[in-house]
Design a protein around this ligand. Structure first.
Ligand code: CA
Ligand code: CA
Ligand code: CA
Ligand code: CA
Length: 466
């Protein structure tokens, strides 16, 4: 915690210098403009072809992070942070894309890219090579609707992975995705409803369990991201005179901060702007950004797909990155424009920098182990110490409790579960072995609440002699 505070103070000092040259405030205190510093190679298809980017952060060297950009006529391109195209997957008409880390598939945890395919009833998946950041096909699932917008969601309640899609007709479907046991991705429909009219931009918050959907000509809505939350929704903002948005509502992205703060960003296509809101409900409006030309790079118009990260991506983007599709590139076909987050935050007093949230930890499988001292066999009344430990280190406080007294056949030994310990963060508990009439073997399992998810430990036997 102390080191975080020191880091933030340093950031503020850097910003004060940067704000002198990186952009200018427009009329009205909440409107501001900034210039991108990098643009990608143009997409290979002409016309309206680039649409939606997503970011992948390299596990060891963040400067080797990648941008995956759709070419909605042909496939998916992989760019490095200088904008060079490293790979093009000629695949399908992938319209929108999203990414999550730690998806368990075929015995490994992979970074998974999900893509919608305009006018087709399917979702395509690609996996990221953890060294090169290049993509390869990882399967597909059929859907009931033609897929247009897409987002991934990792439930903080269950740890389950979901993919949400919508259609030009305003229909929405949510699928639980998982390894089917043979190393293939399977999808199970868990929710479907109608948004009302054409929808595309979507993003889910893996911390709050919220799902934001852009109904293109109408409004930006917030639904629950859990599959049992129905179709209740909250209006965040609207198009027309009463809102800050100008149709179409397009790409959506979330800037995460470690304390639950951060921003929801919406692409407002009709006026070439990006609208910033508080990430936390009720998502109060904060500011409006234009990406204007500068340093030899043209500005962004007819704004469309976006992505953002708070993470340090190395020397070019030390305080995070905002990436946006550009409808009209001055030299060649459409492309994506890259803007350092500190340029954006440096121009807008409502926005801060926080590089401490680690998106790579979302969905991380933290293994919990329990062991006893003494091991294996004790006398009734003898003191036993249980210890729970996590195999993967976490920076988040861990709440622990112990218990569940099982017999050898798996039935609970006492009618009520036998919990000892408490939710006070202890990882070690001592208790006297309970009295028994005959020799009995207990099977002890620990439960740990880690980052909001309940994790079960291994099960170990403890024999108690009378
Ligand atoms: Ca659209
Ligand atoms: Ca779009
Ligand atoms: Ca442009
Ligand atoms: Ca250009």
């Amino acid at each position: 915690m102390a080191s975080n505070r020191i880091f933030l103070c340093v950031s503020v000092a850097v910003l004060a210098v940067l704000s002198a040259w990186s952009g200018s405030l427009l009329a009205g205190g909440d409107e501001f403009s900034v210039s991108p510093t990098v643009e990608t190679d143009p997409v290979s298809s002409s016309g309206d072809a680039a649409d939606d980017p997503c970011l992948w952060i390299h596990p060891r060297d963040p400067s080797l992070s990648r941008i995956y950009g759709t070419d909605k006529d042909r496939g998916l391109a992989v760019y490095d942070l200088t904008g060079n195209e490293l790979q093009f997957l000629e695949d399908a008409a992938i319209n929108n894309a999203d990414l999550r880390y730690n998806f368990p598939l075929a015995g490994k945890c992979i970074a998974l890219v999900a893509g919608s395919v305009a006018d087709e009833k399917q979702i395509l998946f690609h996996k990221v090579d953890p060294v090169t950041g290049l993509l390869s096909r990882a399967g597909s699932i059929p859907t009931g609707i033609s897929t247009y917008g897409i987002c991934l969601y990792v439930s903080p309640k269950s740890g389950k992975y979901y993919v949400c899609v919508n259609s030009k007709g305003g229909k929405f479907e949510q699928y639980h995705i998982y390894d089917d046991g043979t190393g293939k991705i399977a999808g199970k429909l868990v929710r479907a409803f109608s948004v009302g009219s054409a929808a595309e931009g979507m993003v889910a918050d893996d911390f709050y369990g919220t799902l934001f959907v852009g109904e293109e000509e109408v409004a930006l809505w917030c639904y629950g991201a859990e599959p049992d939350t129905g179709d209740d929704r909250i209006l965040i903002d609207q198009t027309g005179g009463d809102g800050h948005l100008a149709a179409d509502v397009e790409g959506l992205a979330i800037y995460y901060s470690v304390d639950g703060t951060g921003y929801l960003i919406a692409s407002s296509q009709g006026n070439d702007r990006f609208i910033f809101y508080e990430r936390k409900l009720p998502c109060a409006y904060l500011a409006t950004l234009s990406l204007v030309s500068g340093s030899g790079i043209d500005g962004v118009t007819h704004t469309d797909g976006i992505d953002v990260t708070n993470a340090n991506l190395g020397p070019a983007f030390p305080f995070g990155l905002f990436v946006a599709q550009d409808d009209r590139n001055d030299e060649g076909n459409q492309n994506y424009k890259l803007t350092p987050w500190h340029r954006i935050a440096g121009e807008c007093p409502s926005l801060h920098i926080d590089t401490s949230w680690d998106p790579r930890k979302v969905g991380e499988n933290k293994v919990v182990r329990v062991y006893t001292n003494p091991i294996g066999c004790v006398q009734a009344g003898q003191n036993v110490t249980l210890t729970l430990e996590e195999i993967v280190e976490t920076t988040t406080p861990v709440m622990l409790w112990f218990g569940k007294q099982l017999t050898q056949d798996g039935k609970i030994y006492k009618p009520t579960p036998f919990y000892i310990g408490a939710s006070d963060g202890r990882t070690e508990m001592s208790f006297p072995a309970p009295p028994v009439e005959n020799t009995v073997t207990l099977f002890i399992q620990g439960l740990a609440l880690v980052d909001g998810q309940t994790k079960s430990s291994n099960i170990i036997p403890l024999t108690i002699n009378p």
